[in-house]
Design a protein around this ligand. Structure first.
Ligand code: ARG
Length: 472
C-alpha cells in the first residue's frame, strides 16, 4: 500500500484522490492484465529506453537509471520463467511491472514513470510488439510465396482446365494457376510492409495527451527503440490506432486470399475433380465413414477468415466517433489485434507447410481439360487466322461443339471430315491448335499461360520476393 493512499484497498498508482476502494466487480471489469500481459517484454523494452533517455537529459541520475534497468531485467527474468505473479488489483501489465520493480528497488522504481503516462506507454508497447510480430508474419508469408513459386516452376508444363463461372473455359498450366495465387500474396506482402512503416512511429513522450514539462529528448528514445521517428502530435499519438486497423485490414485481405485458395483446394481434392492429392498429414478422417479423407486444413483456414473480418469491423467500430485523446475504449484494441495475429500466423504456417506437398494428378487434370471443349476458342482463332470473321467462326465452333456433345467427342478427337462439315476452311493443320499443349503454348506473352512464360514469371517472382525481403 502506498503511503499516499488514504484508504486501504484503493489502487496504489492512482488511489490518492479516492475515498473508497474500487468495487470488486469494477476492478475485474476494467482490468486488462489477463490479456495485455502479452505486451510485457515490450513494456520493459520501452521502459528501459525511457529511463535511459531520462538519465541522458538529467531527469534521473545514472545510478537511478542503472537500478531501474537492473530491476527491470530481474522482472523480465521472472516473467520469462513464469514465476511472475500477475495481479488483477494492479489492473494492467504496466502497473504490474512497475509495482514489481518498486518491490525490488524501492523508491527509485517510482521514478520510472516520470514524464510519461500509461497512455503513451501502452501505445508504444503495442507498436513495439506489433512491429516484431509483423516481421514474423512477413517471414511466414515469404516462405509460403517461395513454396508456391517453386511448385509453379516445377508444374509449368502441367495442364489443367482454367475456369470462368466454375465452368471449363480454356486450358491453363497448373504453374500459371499457382502463380496467380502468388500474385495475390505479393500484394499482401507489400501491404504488410507498408503498414509496418506506420506502426514504426513512437508515441512515447506524448504522456497523457499534451506532452510533458520535463526536458525529454524524444529523438533519443525513438532511436533507442528503433522507431523511424517520434509521433508528430501528442494528442494524435495517444489516440491513434490506425496502425492496428491497417494490420487487421491486411490480415482480412490475406485471409480472403487464403480462403479462395482453400476453396479451390477443397474442390480439387474431391472425387468429382480429383485434381490434386494432399498428404494424409494435412487431412483427417471421418468417425463414421471409413472411406473419407477430409481436407480439414484448407476448410479451417477458409472458416477462420470470418473472425478476422470480425476483428476489422470491431476495431473500426471501436475507433468510430471517439473524441480526442485517449479513452478507456482503447483498451479493447488488444484482443482483436492479438487474435488476428494468431490467426494469420497459424493459417500462414499451415499453408506454407502444405503447399510444397501438393501433388497434382496430371492425368485427371488433362482429362478434365479435354472433356470441357477447352480448346474451342483456339479453333475459332484458327478460323479467324484463315480469314473467317470472328462472329462466323464463333458460330462454326458452336456447331462443332454441339456435334461433339452429341457424339461424346472432344474437338481434338473428331476426324478432319467431321470438322469440315461445319467449315471447309478447316484443314489438317487444325489439330496442332486443338491439343491442350498447343493451346497453352500459343498464349506466349508476358502474363500468359505458356510454360515458357510461367518459368520466366516464376523467376521474376523470385527476384521480386528477394527485393522485398531485402536479400537481393
Ligand atoms: N490498460 C490500458 C489500456 O490498455 C492502459 C492505459 C490506461 N490509461 C488510462 N488513462 N486509464 O488502454
Amino acid at each position: 500500500m502506498s503511503p499516499s493512499s488514504p484508504n486501504p484497498g484503493t489502487n496504489q498508482s492512482w488511489g490518492g484522490r479516492f475515498s473508497e476502494p474500487t468495487d470488486a466487480f469494477v476492478e475485474r471489469f476494467t482490468a486488462s492484465v489477463d490479456f495485455d500481459q502479452r505486451l510485457a517484454l515490450h513494456d520493459i523494452q520501452g521502459s528501459i529506453a525511457h529511463a535511459t533517455m531520462l538519465a541522458r537529459v538529467g531527469v534521473l541520475t545514472d545510478e537511478e537509471r542503472d537500478a531501474i534497468i537492473a530491476g527491470l531485467g530481474e522482472v523480465r527474468g521472472e516473467i520469462e520463467s513464469g514465476a511472475f505473479e500477475w495481479s488483477v488489483a494492479l489492473e494492467d501489465v504496466h502497473m504490474n511491472i512497475e509495482a514489481r520493480l518498486t518491490d525490488k528497488i524501492g523508491i527509485t522504481g517510482k521514478k520510472l514513470h516520470t514524464g510519461r503516462s500509461r497512455n503513451d506507454q501502452v501505445a508504444t508497447d503495442i507498436r513495439l510488439f506489433l512491429r516484431d510480430e509483423i516481421d514474423v508474419v512477413g517471414a511466414e508469408l515469404a516462405r509460403l510465396r517461395e513454396g508456391l513459386i517453386t511448385l509453379a516452376d516445377r508444374e509449368a508444363d502441367t495442364i489443367m482446365p482454367g475456369f470462368t463461372h466454375l465452368q471449363t473455359a480454356q486450358p491453363v498450366t497448373f504453374g500459371h494457376h499457382l502463380l496467380a495465387w502468388q500474385e495475390m500474396l505479393a500484394r499482401d506482402h507489400e501491404r504488410l510492409l507498408d503498414c509496418r512503416r506506420r506502426v514504426n512511429v513512437m508515441p512515447l513522450g506524448a504522456a497523457a495527451l499534451a506532452g510533458t514539462t520535463y526536458p525529454i529528448d524524444r529523438h533519443v528514445t525513438a532511436e533507442l527503440l528503433g522507431f523511424e521517428r517520434p509521433a508528430e502530435n501528442s494528442l494524435d499519438a495517444v489516440s491513434d490506432r490506425d496502425f492496428a486497423i491497417e494490420f487487421t485490414a491486411f490480415a482480412s485481405i490475406l485471409l480472403m486470399h487464403l480462403s479462395r485458395m482453400s476453396e479451390e483446394l477443397v474442390l480439387w481434392t474431391s472425387a468429382q475433380f480429383d485434381f490434386i492429392d494432399l498428404p494424409d498429414r494435412f487431412c483427417t478422417g471421418s468417425s463414421i465413414m471409413p472411406q473419407k479423407k477430409n481436407p480439414d486444413v484448407p476448410e479451417l483456414v477458409r472458416g477462420k477468415t470470418g473472425r478476422v473480418y470480425g476483428h476489422l469491423i470491431g476495431l473500426l467500430t471501436l475507433m468510430k466517433s471517439q473524441p480526442l485523446a485517449y479513452n478507456k475504449d482503447n483498451q479493447e484494441d488488444k484482443e482483436p489485434l492479438f487474435d488476428s495475429l494468431d490467426t494469420v500466423k497459424g493459417c500462414l504456417r499451415a499453408f506454407a507447410d502444405m503447399v510444397p506437398a501438393i501433388e497434382p494428378n496430371k492425368a485427371s487434370m488433362a482429362e478434365a481439360a479435354r472433356r470441357g471443349f477447352s480448346t474451342a476458342t483456339d479453333l475459332a482463332d484458327y478460323l479467324v487466322r484463315k480469314g473467317v470473321a470472328f462472329r462466323d467462326a464463333h458460330e462454326i465452333v458452336g456447331q462443332s461443339v454441339a456435334f461433339g456433345l452429341k457424339k461424346h467427342k472432344d474437338l481434338s478427337e473428331m476426324s478432319l471430315e467431321e470438322l469440315r462439315q461445319f467449315s471447309d476452311t478447316i484443314e489438317a493443320d487444325v489439330f496442332e491448335v486443338l491439343t491442350l499443349e498447343g493451346s497453352v503454348a500459343a498464349r506466349n506473352h508476358i502474363g500468359g499461360t505458356a510454360p515458357d512464360q510461367v518459368r520466366a514469371a516464376a523467376q521474376r517472382a523470385r527476384d521480386a520476393l528477394a527485393t522485398l525481403t531485402g536479400q537481393a
